[in-house]
Design a protein around this ligand. Structure first.
Ligand SMILES: [Zn+2]
Ligand SMILES: [Zn+2]
Length: 268
């Protein structure tokens, strides 16, 4: 039987792109790196940009879209996003508009035997989405750029075998860091990004709903470290009696941090 596979190619506040495949079908979520970098990463996984069935664009921010200009000009891959996001994307990437497949919150998109359900997220963009990806060979909930855990984000994630979720910043590092006040407030707001603590609070609930793998993603390189993000969620899981899988022992749940720019396999 086929197995759902997912790999983050890039994951941070600077750039995000994730490759998802099931059988012969593959697509990207976001294209926040150069076409060359994304193409090299996809090829190293045995895929090809031109054979992708589409790119789901979560929202118009640059760290999710900067590769679209060149990719849409060269590959003509369908781009699944909200028309309002596309209005903004097409100012920088005119060819992208011709690839648009208008996609709204609540839509269900079938890519071969992969079912992708689109949910809205609370974020300071014109529109923004997270995704529930379901196949006969596993399910993945995928949510980054979320100011808080809304009911819709919960609907996207709860009950998935594997969850990729934003763990963007450590509140103390943000508070004491170099960003201007307005930006700190923006990140910390209910329509900004998810802190390590807020992400950690959700983890035991996900475990209780059957999730067996959590991948922490979209970390800020300025206001976070992989260790801080990992430890915050690990501590919370342990408080609730959820043990982590280690190299030599089986626990209740696997926890990992997606690398900034190295391919990370999302455990499913
Ligand atoms: Zn964003
Ligand atoms: Zn982002």
């Amino acid at each position: 039987m086929n197995k759902l596979k997912a790999y983050t190619l890039f994951s941070s506040s600077k750039g995000n792109s994730t490759y998802i495949s099931y059988g012969k079908d593959a697509f990207l979520i976001d294209a926040g790196a150069s076409m060359r970098a994304i193409s090299t990463a996809v090829e190293s996984l045995g895929g090809s940009l031109k054979k992708l069935r589409g790119i789901f664009v979560s929202h118009e921010h640059d760290d999710h879209t900067k590769g679209l200009k060149v990719i849409s000009k060269n590959c003509g891959i369908p781009i699944y996003t909200d028309p309002k996001c596309m209005n903004l994307i097409s100012m920088q990437a005119p060819a992208a508009e011709e690839c648009l497949v208008p996609t709204l919150a609540g839509d269900v998109v079938h890519i071969g035997d992969i079912k992708v359900t689109v949910y809205p997220t609370p974020h300071d963009s014109v529109r923004s989405f997270c995704y529930r990806i379901e196949t006969a060979g596993g399910s993945l909930g995928y949510a980054t750029d979320i100011g808080h855990i809304s009911d819709e984000v919960q609907d996207a994630l709860f009950g998935c075998d594997s969850v990729l979720i934003e763990s963007n910043y450590d509140p103390l590092l943000l508070q004491n860091g170099p960003y201007p006040k307005f930006l700190k407030e923006r990140i910390d707001s209910a329509r900004g990004h998810l802190s390590n603590a807020a992400c950690a609070c959700l983890a035991p609930v996900l475990a209780r709903c059957g999730t067996r793998s959590i991948s922490l993603a979209h970390l800020s390189e300025t206001n976070n470290t992989p260790r801080l993000a990992f430890e915050a969620t690990k501590e919370r899981l342990n408080e609730y009696g959820v043990s982590l899988c280690g190299e030599c022992f089986a626990g209740d749940l696997r926890l990992q941090v997606a690398s900034v720019a190295q391919i990370t396999e999302i455990t499913l």
